[in-house]
Design a protein around this ligand. Structure first.
Ligand code: PNS
Length: 164
């Protein structure tokens, strides 16, 4: 049986912490779906399609091995996506007790909704302080985000905004 897992998140933008979790999960599961989901509780920096592209480019840059599909989901519950693709597991990175408190209710609800289990992975402690919201803030104020994000993301964020 092919064990499919989903790594969901806002990925706005993808960070080195995300990449670490994806690489670890890819070594555990036969197939991984990295799914970009809009989080209505957060104000977005990048369009969803751009986030998907940056994840793909970051995985290629870091040569992360495995069967990994990067996509997005915007129609209904995340567990509906899992059911559609035959995934029985969600994977989340846990950096701190704050993450445990945030993720636990979602894990229980997702299990109750569709029997989808959540597996928590401990990322490299070097990335424990890295978050997309911190990256968004540093980037917006003109700071250097290159220690926190893959090179392709740092390069992208350095580009001047396109005038419309
Ligand atoms: O990177 P984030 O913002 O912490 O990711 C949160 C996300 C997108 C994984 C979470 O908001 C989510 O699972 N959204 C899907 C909507 C859903 O299914 N909600 C009900 C069960 S929690």
């Amino acid at each position: 049986m092919t064990r499919i897992a989903v790594v969901p998140g806002s990925f706005d933008p993808v960070t080195r912490g995300h990449l670490d979790v994806i690489a670890r999960a890819a070594r555990i599961f036969d197939e991984l779906h990295v799914v970009v989901v809009h989080n209505p509780d957060k104000s977005a920096l990048l369009p969803i399609a751009q986030r998907v592209e940056l994840i793909r480019d970051s995985l290629a840059e870091a040569r992360v091995a495995g069967r990994i599909l990067v996509t997005s989901w915007s129609v209904g519950l995340l567990v509906d996506y899992c059911t559609d693709v035959g995934a029985s597991v969600l994977v989340k990175g846990i950096r701190s007790q704050v993450d445990v408190a945030y993720e636990t209710p979602m894990a229980i609800v997702n299990r109750n909704l569709a029997g989808v289990e959540t597996v928590f992975l401990l990322p490299d402690p070097a990335n424990a302080h890295v978050s997309s919201s911190l990256v968004r803030q540093v980037a917006a104020l003109g700071g250097d985000v290159s220690p926190y994000v893959p090179r392709v993301v740092a390069d992208f964020l350095r580009r001047p905004p396109v005038e419309v």
